[in-house]
Structure formats: C-alpha cells, structure tokens
Design a protein around this ligand. Structure first.
Ligand code: G1P
Length: 300
C-alpha cells in the first residue's frame, strides 16, 4: 500500500463473462486468459491494480474459470523443470504472476449483470472504498489512470469513475455521464449517469471506461437496484443513485482519461493492442516493426 491511498487496498475484478465474441477460442478457455503478446489480458489488469498500490485482488468468477486461479497460483512442476534446466529468465516469468498480489476468488453463480458481480464482492470488501477494474479494458501500463483516481478519491471522498470522450456514434456501447467541470482539468463532477443510451439521449460524449473507485455504500444501493438495461443489474444505475443523493456515499467524480486504452473484448481492438504493445516491446519490437513495415507497404 502506498502512502497516497491509506484507505484503498482492495481491487475487485469481475471475470464471470462468457466471452462469446471470441468463440471458438473461448469455448474452453476464459476470455481473460487470451494472450496480449505473451501475457494473458487479465495479468495486465492485476498488474495495473498493483502498480496503483492495491495489494488485495478479488476476482468474481464463474464456471469454466479455473485457469484464472491456476495462472495466479504457483506451478511447482513447471518451476522445478525450469530450475533443473537453469532457465532463470522463464522461471521468473512463471513466478511473476503468482507473486503479484494476495488473490481471492468468489463465484457469481447466476450471471445477473455487472452490478450483481460487484455485489458478490461485498463480504470480502467490507466497509471501505475499493477499486473495480473491468478485464476487457486494457489501460496502457505507461498511463497511470488508476493511481490518479485513487488520488482524486483521497481528496474528494465518495466515488470516482474513469471517463473517456468517444464519438457520438459510439456512446451507445457505454455508460454515459452528465458532468460539470471542476478546477482540475482532468476531473469532472458527475451529476447523472445513463447506461448505454442512444446517441440522441446521451447526456454527453463522456463514456465510462472500466475503472471505478467505489464508496462501500454502493453495496446497499445494489441490493435494491432493479434489473435495468438488458434485464441486468447495472452498476451504472447504482452509481446514478450515488450521484443523485450525495448524502449517501458522497459525491461521484470522473477522471477524464486521455491516454491509451484498448477494448480487448472487441476483436479488432484486441488485435490493435497486440500489434501496438508488440511494436513497443524491447525484445520483440525491432524485428516485428521491420516486418510490419514491409507487410504494410508491400502486401496491403
Ligand atoms: C460495462 C458497463 C458500462 C461501461 C463499460 C466499459 O459495460 O456497464 O457502463 O461503459 O463496461 O467497458 P459492458 O462493456 O460490460 O457491456
């Protein structure tokens, strides 16, 4: 835990989704385990939480998600084999994911929506503010969004969500926020939220991206939240109530993110994330960039 966030140590990562957009790859493999270059997408998310000073991670999983638990656990057979071979570099890669954070798991049982997944975390989280990170959103490791949100929450209390400006024709894919400016250029006050509105009904082009710091009062609200859009219990609807009544749980602020984000739940964006991150890697980048350049100029 860093001194900047004495109150926040827990991260909740909903990971019960079926990943139908990636079938057949996700028939027997959780979508969170699909590699981005050579690391499962979910490991980037856990690393992001750890980089922001959170040391306790709860994954909300479901059926067929055992590989997630195995990935963040020790693998003694593999470790022993690599030790025998003297392959210290690969051994370090194997151990990296099991040494990251204190990992915990809870099963969602019925897939009743993101709000319901977050509610499954209530017994573990208790009465303290906590972070929620959605696995489909990959934030470039060089852009410290979550740390900034932790900072804003420490200053203003209440809840903080990450926002990104999107094109009007994209807003129906996201929660959309009505906002007022504050004296910080990257922070807005949220006065209302709507889950996946049509462009014409959206309060703004500010889309919620999958990072939240939540006041624990959200659990009380989620227990009473009726199914909303898509028949699911929506986290956005609970946040709307927090924004509406500041006396319960404090204000809701938005941190406007202008960095690099990939939606790894979308096949096109997933490929873009792999290409970009591979290009920037010291070990793979130089050769890969040379190949990519000639591929683009000669074959496309
Ligand atoms: C969820 C939230 C939505 C948010 C989005 C960010 O939707 O319900 O408010 O904008 O994540 O990725 P999902 O993409 O899971 O349908």
């Amino acid at each position: 835990m860093t001194s900047a966030n004495p109150g926040i140590s827990k991260a909740v990562i909903p990971a019960a989704g079926l990943g139908t957009r990636f079938l057949p790859a996700t028939k027997a493999t959780p979508k969170e385990m699909l590699p981005v270059v050579d690391k499962p997408a979910i490991q980037y998310v856990v690393e992001e939480a750890v980089a922001a000073g959170l040391s306790d991670v709860l994954m909300v999983t479901g059926r067929n998600k055992r590989p997630l638990e195995d990935h963040f656990d020790r693998n003694y057979e593999l470790e022993e084999a690599l030790t025998r071979k003297g392959d210290a570099e690969r051994l370090a890669k194997v151990q990296e994911s099991s040494d990251l954070a204190a990992m915990h798991y809870v099963r969602q049982g019925d897939p009743r929506g993101l709000g319901h997944a977050v509610l499954c975390a209530a017994p573990h989280v208790g009465d303290e503010p906590f972070a929620v990170l959605l696995g489909d959103d990959l934030i470039d490791p060089r852009d410290a969004l979550l740390s900034r949100m932790v900072q804003v929450q420490a200053r203003s209390g209440g809840s903080v969500v990450a926002l990104m400006e999107v094109a009007p024709e994209q807003i129906h894919l996201y929660g959309s926020a009505a906002v007022e400016s504050t004296d910080s250029d990257d922070v807005v006050r949220i006065t209302g939220l709507v889950e996946k509105p049509e462009a014409a009904d959206a309060p703004s082009n500010y889309a919620i991206i999958g990072r939240y710091i939540l006041d624990p009062h959200v659990f009380e609200i989620l227990r009473k939240t009726e199914p909303g859009r898509g028949g699911e219990i929506q986290l956005t609807d609970a946040l709307q109530q927090l924004a509406e009544d500041e006396k319960v749980g404090g204000p809701v602020h938005g941190v406007v993110f202008r960095g690099r984000r990939y939606d790894t739940g979308d096949r096109g964006d997933y490929l873009r994330a792999i290409v970009r991150l591979a290009c920037e890697r010291e070990d793979l980048g130089p050769d890969f960039r040379t190949w990519l350049r000639s591929y683009v100029t000669e074959e496309m």
